[in-house]
Design a protein around this ligand. Sequence first.
Ligand SMILES: Nc1ncnc2c1ncn2[C@@H]1O[C@H](COP(=O)(O)OP(=O)(O)OP(=O)(O)O)[C@@H](O)[C@H]1O
Length: 626
Amino acid sequence: MAIAPEDATSIEKKSKKDKKDKKKKSRSLPAETESIVPTETEQVVSANDDSKASKKKSKKRKHAEVDTEAVATERNDEMQVDAEPATEVSEKKKKKKKHSHEDQKDVSLDPTESSSDKKERKKKKKDKKQDVVMDAAAELSDAKAEKKEKKQKAKKSAENAGSSSSASASTPAEVSAFLTKNNITIHVPSSSSPVTPFLNFAQLPIPDPLRTFSAKFKEPSPVQSCTWPPALEGKDVIGIAETGSGKTLAFGVPALARLISSPPPPPSKSSPTITTLVVAPTRELAIQTHEALEGLGEQFGIASVAVFGGVPKEGQVKMLRNLHKANSKLVTRIIVGTPGRILDLMSEGACDLSGVEFLVLDEADRMLDKGFENDIRKIISSTKPQTERQTLMFSATWPDAVRKLASTFLNDPVRVTVGSDDLTANSRVEQVVEVFDDSRGKDAHLLRHLRALGHKKMSTDADSRILIFALYKAEASRVENMLRREGYAVGALHGDLSQNNRLQALEEFKSGKTGLLVATDVAARGLDIPNVGAVINYTFPLTIEDYIHRIGRTGRGGKSGKSITFFTGENQERGLAGELSRVLTDSGFSCPDLKKFPMTIKKKEHGSYGAFFRDDIVATRKKIVF
Ligand SMILES: Nc1ncnc2c1ncn2[C@@H]1O[C@H](COP(=O)(O)OP(=O)(O)OP(=O)(O)O)[C@@H](O)[C@H]1O
């Protein structure tokens, strides 16, 4: 890890001692103890380790248990198969993965290397290169030989492009300042080498054509800087960073780099061409991620297929079978899908995951939650064994309840947390909470806020887009109709609509044709809609995590945003007042009116997020259907 020189000795000592301890322990402890939850034996690196880490520990609060029985849920339509728990169990982490990024060691930064050592090393390298060129020139005198040399050089530079970078390394002081500024904690298991973040795009050891994605950005976002080094080395990674912070590219770039470095076998039934799988909780998110990965891969002949429910299977099956348009040189190597449709196609024999060696769980806490757990187990057990697979998990929220389960699918992951390990909202989103005694006044409050936000009824101004979240689809529909009657250009996105209507509503909102979108929590996670100026929570969600994700639809990619939340304390809301109050305080906001509800925060158990299906709860009062 790159650290400030004055910290280096103490951390190095600690690291050595930790390594010794870990070795001792690993001989006697069962695999179960190798949890991703930081242990004494882990090398925990944070720029402001002493002060902030201890502050964090003392600040750590217990999460509340949501009374989901009171508000029973109905199965989310993204999930189609009730799977038996799969047989995949935590495998011993003895075998180390080997990938084609070994050359990266040449350019990886050693914070203990002095500047004179560095100069010497660079000089030697330069001399060596020059010698090779001169020798080659002497040997190859005729035109044919020159041509051959050129060919070899081109081949070599293409090879190197996949594993090295010509950019100068950041100094330990620069890295330390970067970690402090962004409040980044990196947990490096003792089996891994230290992580040195990439502070600029030139440092990325990827082929130049892949680097073109960076043209529209100034610099890597913090989560990209810190997860790219281990991910490109083939390590398992957990990346936790606020909403809208560029997590898609954090896993997308390593995914593509790996695909580029290992060309596919010719398409045939016996050897599947698909080696990369991204699992996402909603159809719209799967489509969005698929488009992002396809955009990165197209120039390399790499195609992706989005596999999701609510539409006919034929098109997806064709892509899975590599039946592309005539003359297409594309080969399908990536699946981005929702669990239900993936399992559906697997059971029909149309989707072979046996070649998957790069697996991403996007919105990982949601994917590991009880509602999806069985499906995910079944999907993961159909991919390559854990020791032959690289697994990455990303989310803005990472509750304790799913951490242990996550560890059973990962090999000694490097965990990068940008911000606090506790639940944190996007720091650029202003949070306003209004407590009402009577929920019947919500419509009037909503109309008042729309006027106060300066939203024009038929607005096509892209910057004044407002996303309104309801809890139930019937509620979303009612609010949509109310707003339409009031003369607003409004669309809706929820599970009662056909997939075509869902996509059309999203498209019209993105293009500015409608300035308002009323949605249920199917739109809460991952959707990257440009310039959403504000999010209004008409009804509070079922969990505090959903609140974090909902308000994260604004303030993305470094922009600022605003959220307005109506809170009545009815149903599940009462039990969430304490958690909401804590999230507000941690972000520098407050709502004294919340104090009239119990402020207790209970420990959250592995359960079901939001209005999603749980098969172990008997429906009692209300059905919540997206
Ligand atoms: N390095 C960067 N600098 C600035 N913007 C970036 C950078 N990388 C990605 N972005 C942009 O930031 C926006 C949000 O990215 P992305 O959707 O990946 O966020 P996320 O972290 O996955 O959010 P969520 O947690 O809500 O899923 C996108 O529009 C993306 O193009």
